[in-house]
Design a protein around this ligand. Structure first.
Ligand code: FES
Ligand code: FES
Length: 160
């Protein structure tokens, strides 16, 4: 069982577990970073959404074997550090719009929202449209906070 090393929230970490263990469990159970949530474990609900090398990924479905020493994983805990602030603008927008209800899906929602804005920016646009949000935000919220998520994404994008 070889040791594996990668960057988690800007810090190098090393683990010594089976290669088949998926990253959600590596990060939560072995490394104790619990922002990414377990919802389905089969790449559907997106409660586990984090960023792998700057792009959204459902880490419940990424085995440790796919992660190399140069790979960088960011969870909600590390998101503020990507902008050098206490909170990322998307988190501030979430607070402004009082988005969460139970809160369980919200780390994944925010990480997916930031990824969406990054994609829109890569296309030369500033703020996602309703259509962008409908086509890209697939994170399930059992509390039905979708209308507040939509408003917060637009405000967060405007401040990113
Ligand atoms: S827990 Fe990862 S997609 Fe549901
Ligand atoms: S806020 Fe409860 S699941 Fe989304």
């Amino acid at each position: 069982m070889p040791e594996r090393s990668f960057i988690l929230n800007g810090r190098r970490v090393t683990v010594d577990i089976e290669d088949s263990v998926r990253m959600l469990w590596v990060i939560r159970d072995v490394l104790g970073v619990t922002g990414p949530k377990y919802g389905c474990g089969i790449n559907v609900c997106k409660a586990c959404t984090s960023h792998v090398n700057g792009q959204a990924a459902n880490i419940c479905s990424v085995p440790l074997s796919k992660i190399g020493p140069d790979d960088e994983i960011t969870t909600i805990e590390g998101l503020p550090g990507t902008v050098g602030k206490d909170l990322h603008p998307m988190q501030e927008a979430w607070l402004e719009h009082d988005v969460p209800q139970c809160g369980y899906c919200q780390p994944g929602q925010i990480m997916a929202a930031v990824d969406l804005v990054n994609k829109v920016r890569a296309e030369g646009r500033e703020v996602p449209t309703d259509e962008d949000i409908d086509n890209n935000m697939r994170n399930v919220c059992r509390c039905g906070t979708y209308h507040r998520i939509r408003a917060a994404i637009k405000e967060g994008a405007a401040n990113m």
